[in-house]
Design a binder for this molecule. Sequence first.
Ligand code: MN
Length: 288
Amino acid sequence: MKLCWFNENKLGVVDDGLVFDVSAALQSLPAPRYPASPGDLAIANLDTLRSAIDKALPTARSHPLGAVRLLSPVANPGKIIGVPVNYQKHVEEAAADVATFTARQTGSVLEQGFFLKAGSSLIGCGQAVHIAMPERLTHHEIELAAIIGKKAKNVSESEALSCIAGYSIALDMTVRGAEDRSLRKSLDTYSVLGPWLVTADEIADPQTLSLRLRVNGKDRQVANTSEMILYIAEQVAWASRFYTLEPGDIIMTGTCEGVGPIIPGDIMQADIESIGSMDVRVIGEATA
Ligand code: MN
């Protein structure tokens, strides 16, 4: 099932170019309480929600995909975990261009570990990436995103994939420079998630998916998730030794070679096999 949030926080199911408004199914969720339990309420109750969606679908109103504005398919993630330099050719391109990537941190994910992005940076593909610092270089990074489905602590690699609710396409937008990643990758709109969440039952193997990012129709990043250095099961297991993973947590599983600059007016077109594709606009003031 392909789940999305659209327009004014409506819940949708995507099928064959249409978005079915299944917001009525939200009645099945427990009422929010204060203080809230950790995690995203919809993802934490996904099984209940899916039963209610199945009941709502036959009478749901539909809209053409092109006529709706897609928001982030995870509304309230507790954390966004970043996985740096997780494709060997990206390790090599970063090492070869010290002026852009800085030599402050070197090596692959195995040496560098993970980082966190601010939740306030998250948008959907129907919103736009806003370049607020035109004097700095902003790069695109296409990544497969894994959405955690249940609380997980110290899970083994063999249990890890069963903790995942679904997958989306992520753009880990990045200001290049010497500061910590948690700062440079957390500007408002610098975490794009979309176009929807594909539930894990539809992705037989997340390590065999081709991914591609084009800017204004030209290929920039083309790779396959089989080329990851640290596989997703290993990422979940390792991350869960440090963090308690909660429903709705997003893991951006790393980008491949071909990262490059974007400027206002550009359109980023991101595709991942078995998930879909999304066009994301870049806005902001042009450099003087
Ligand atoms: Mn990244």
